[in-house]
Design a protein around this ligand. Structure first.
Ligand code: FAD
Length: 440
């Protein structure tokens, strides 16, 4: 009698622990093919993320080999390659973690059609978020549009059981695992390395800070948030497992994980989140100013807290949340440039760059999104003085200002003229018609 075989198509769930699709296949089938298809269309989007992805795949391959299996790697169209391999090994079907983007939904739809044509099953599994997009619906709507009621409903859900990593993974005979190319070079010299091993280490190292999260998460210089976002982005960690380790579901850290679920359920219902204003009637009268956009992108606006954030992004492929709020607020509220330009710049550099979280947060800041108070302002100087009170964060990322002590670093235009003129640092960008009170 022949062995029963299934293929598990891995996408952004690059782990062996708490992986519903992999665990289910390993318990129900004799042979399992964990497959990753390198899609050239995605590889071009962000050198930083491509590098992180390759590191994560190499780590996953090791973990699967330790369990007697392997990571099978192919290159090309994920649907064509997956179906081809499934047919070649005589698989009964394909398992996949459900995802929300337009790209992912199209991939699911095409896979379903091909599976039907070849009389195979396609089964979708949870795992991308803690609570599945679409699992919670408000009365009279298909998704929650505002965070607070979503969070209340979310806290009341009963999570699925967390799953152990499979003990053994048995590949069918004769499958060529395929070569995993060496990780390509990223753009950010100080970027974190990918992989489930690094992710689990980071979680364990960071957990002792959890109890202080509410006090420290806005301290830009302290840099004490978890930095788990790239690992969650690529599924090197299961968000459910992170929430379980954190414990208290009403605590401030788990609340942040809920924001992630929130934006995923918004994206599932509104897949245009990266290109179209979410809020009906949102005012959109953006300026076009390429030199200003370039200055912002390259961290030379003359507004130190903004430049520090953008330079952290370029150096590390990551930016502190408070700096993301300040830089995004500066682009949209002060420069009055289109939030879509900001989405694109962040999306190129961020290791955690994710359609739902990036676009959802940008729209929130720009006032076109889910914010119940769409007209909130972000005065960068006030923000800097509050969240980087002695200027350490700015001096860390803007070396031209390293000689300016204390909070004076936030307003170099106020320094005595000879001191200011000795600095190799630009004057703040001027914006036609703007009244930047913080420059007075
Ligand atoms: P922690 O503070 O330790 O939080 C734990 C986890 O909660 C994070 O890893 C993340 O998965 C989740 N989380 C925290 N804050 C948010 C939030 N506001 N929205 C959604 N999830 C959140 N996060 C991304 O993961 N990808 C993005 O592309 C992204 N783009 C952003 C763009 C803008 C303009 C802004 C203002 C925020 C963006 N964020 C994004 C949210 C947030 O800044 C990062 O998740 C956070 O800074 C990551 O650092 P951390 O892992 O140390 O977070």
């Amino acid at each position: 009698m022949s062995d029963r075989t299934a293929v598990v198509l891995l996408t952004r769930d690059l782990r062996v622990h708490d992986h519903p699709a992999l665990a289910s296949a390993c318990s129900a089938f004799d042979r399992v093919v964990p497959l990753y298809v390198l899609d050239p269309a995605l590889q071009r989007l962000s050198p930083n993320r491509t590098r992180f992805l390759h590191q994560s795949l190499a780590d996953l391959r090791e973990a699967l080999r330790r369990r007697g299996g392997d990571l099978v790697v192919r290159r090309g169209d994920p649907v064509a390659e997956t179906v081809r391999l499934a047919r070649a090994v005589g698989a009964e079907g394909i398992g996949l973690s459900a995802d929300v983007s337009r790209y992912a939904r199209r991939r699911e739809r095409r896979l379903r059609e091909e599976c039907e044509r070849h009389r195979m099953f396609l089964r979708l599994f949870p795992g991308l978020t803690i609570v599945g997009p679409g699992d919670l619906r408000p009365a009279g709507g298909d998704h929650y549009r505002v965070f607070s009621p979503y969070f209340r409903a979310w806290q009341g859900t009963k999570p699925r059981d967390e799953l152990a990593a499979p003990e053994r993974v048995r590949l069918p005979g004769g499958v060529d695992p395929g070569r995993l190319p060496d990780p390509p070079g990223g753009e950010s010299p100080d970027a974190a390395a990918g992989g489930e091993t690094a992710a689990r280490r980071r979680l364990t190292e960071w957990l002792p800070a959890l109890g202080r999260y509410d006090d420290i998460h806005d301290d830009m210089a302290g840099d004490d948030t978890s930095r788990l976002s790239p690992y969650l982005r690529f599924g090197c960690l299961s968000p459910l497992a992170v929430a379980n380790r954190a414990g208290d579901r009403s605590g401030p850290f788990v609340r942040q994980l809920c924001w992630r679920d929130f934006y995923h359920q918004v994206t599932a219902a509104f897949p245009d989140l990266s290109s179209r204003a979410y809020r009906r009637g949102a005012q959109e009268d953006w300026r076009y100013d390429q030199p200003a956009l370039d200055a912002w992108t390259e961290g030379r606006t003359g507004m130190p807290i903004v430049d520090a954030g953008m330079r952290q992004l370029r150096a590390e492929g990551w930016m502190h949340n408070r700096a993301r709020l300040i830089t995004a607020g500066y682009l949209t509220r002060h420069l009055r440039l289109d939030w879509r330009s900001g989405v694109a710049v962040f999306f190129r550099w961020l290791l955690d760059g994710d359609l739902a979280d990036n676009s959802g947060n940008w729209q929130w800041v720009a006032g076109t999104g889910n914010d119940a108070r769409p007209h909130r302002g972000f005065n960068p100087v006030r923000q800097a003085e509050r969240y980087d009170p002695d200027g350490t964060y700015v001096r860390r990322y803007v070396p031209e200002l390293a000689s300016i002590e204390g909070k004076a670093v936030h307003q170099p235009w106020r320094l005595p003229v000879p001191v200011r003129e000795a600095l190799d640092y630009p004057q703040p960008l001027e914006v036609p018609g703007a009244d930047p009170v913080w420059l007075r």
